[in-house]
Design a protein around this ligand. Structure first.
Ligand SMILES: C[S@@+](CC[C@H](N)C(=O)[O-])C[C@H]1O[C@@H](n2cnc3c(N)ncnc32)[C@H](O)[C@@H]1O
Length: 332
């Protein structure tokens, strides 16, 4: 929650310009947009659940900004490289000295973002409230942010990542463990729920009997990387919320390394929603292959959704679980 910091910071900085579009970057589910004129705002977020939620609430939403704006509001992402890339990009879309509001929690690095900005821009106001901060900077122009551009990064031969995507520096050890335990004879039609930049999907597609694989990913940047990384014609790409994904046919298998964080806090509810999605998607003989941090309590959710659950491997703080015989969902 931005806890009304934005209206306070804006009031101290002289408010928003009276005309022109306002760019609102990556507001999360609890973001307070009450200070912003809805008719002039464009929300840009690559995270599909947020994109759809704001759109359903009547806002104009795009996957990425296009064109110029009179002011911007950036909800600080946790990844510093992504925050910097967004600052660089928005700066080129605003006139010099236009207000740029940055809002975030202390745990997401808002204090170091302010420090970062202070040496490059004039700070017009700053408000600290509710474990977070909002500040307004006068746009210094993109030259002040030279070197902050988003750059694709080759992490392995044939695999690129981008700032802010999950495990951007290399293969996640959980996914590596899962890949090592997937059967060589994995077959039929499958999905990778939360496919990230596609490494795990590529390992699935190294199994020759896989007929096709849906890569379902909510972060547009990660899916863009996956499209570049996974060139196998059996791959299908979906910018979608895995919990509502509907391919139009049942699946023989699902693999997943589900998300386990909402902001800073571990949230096993996300993984549980992925497990329920797998139960819904699988045909009666279908199998779910899941990797998770050993401390995450997924066994109970799995036991409620599948007739058969086994721990296949446990190593380096991760566990690989296989579940079969999806239970028909009873009406409650
Ligand atoms: C733990 S990561 C695993 C990524 C990838 N499979 C790998 O091994 O590197 C979980 C992924 O789920 C994505 N994600 C988060 N919420 C999602 C949702 N509701 N629907 C689909 N993907 C989601 C995240 O963006 C992230 O890429």
């Amino acid at each position: 929650m931005s806890e009304n910091r934005i209206p306070l910071a804006l009031a101290d900085a002289g408010g928003l310009p009276d005309a022109g579009r306002i760019l609102v970057l990556r507001p999360g589910a609890g973001a307070d947009l009450s200070a912003l004129p809805r008719d002039r705002a464009l929300i840009a977020t690559g995270f599909r659940p947020d994109h759809d939620r704001w759109q359903a609430a009547g806002w104009t939403v795009a996957r990425a900004p296009e064109g110029d704006f009179a002011a911007a509001v950036l909800f600080l992402p946790r990844a510093r490289a992504l925050a910097r890339a967004l600052m660089h990009d928005l700066s080129g879309r605003l006139p010099p000295d236009a207000p740029v509001v940055v809002d975030g929690q202390k745990t997401d690095g808002i204090d170091s973002a302010l420090k970062d900005l202070r040496s490059r821009a004039t700070i017009l106001s700053a408000v600290s409230k509710a474990h977070g901060r909002a500040f307004v900077a006068a746009n210094p122009g993109p030259a002040a942010f030279e070197g902050w551009q988003a750059a694709d990064h080759t992490v392995l031969p044939g695999f690129v990542t981008r700032p802010g995507v999950f495990s951007a520096d290399g293969v996640d050890p959980g996914s590596a463990l899962l890949a090592a335990h997937l059967p060589a004879g994995l077959r039929g039609r499958g999905a990778d729920l939360g496919a990230g930049w596609g490494w795990l999907a590529a390992q699935v597609l190294s199994r020759p009997e896989v007929r096709d694989l849906h890569l379902v990913e909510a972060e547009a940047d990660a899916l863009d990387c996956a499209r570049r990384n996974v060139t196998d014609p059996r791959a299908r790409f979906h910018w979608a919320d895995a919990t509502g994904f509907a391919p139009g046919h049942t699946l023989d298998f699902v693999v997943t390394n589900p998300p386990f964080h909402q902001g800073r806090a571990a949230d096993p509810g996300l993984g549980a929603a992925f497990i329920r999605a797998a139960r819904r998607l699988l045909q009666p003989q279908g199998q779910l292959w899941l990797v998770a941090n050993r401390t995450l309590p997924y066994e109970e959710v799995l036991a409620g959704a599948f007739g058969e659950v086994a721990t296949v491997a446990a190593d380096h703080g991760f566990k690989v679980l296989r579940a079969a015989r999806p239970l028909v969902r009873r009406r409650t």
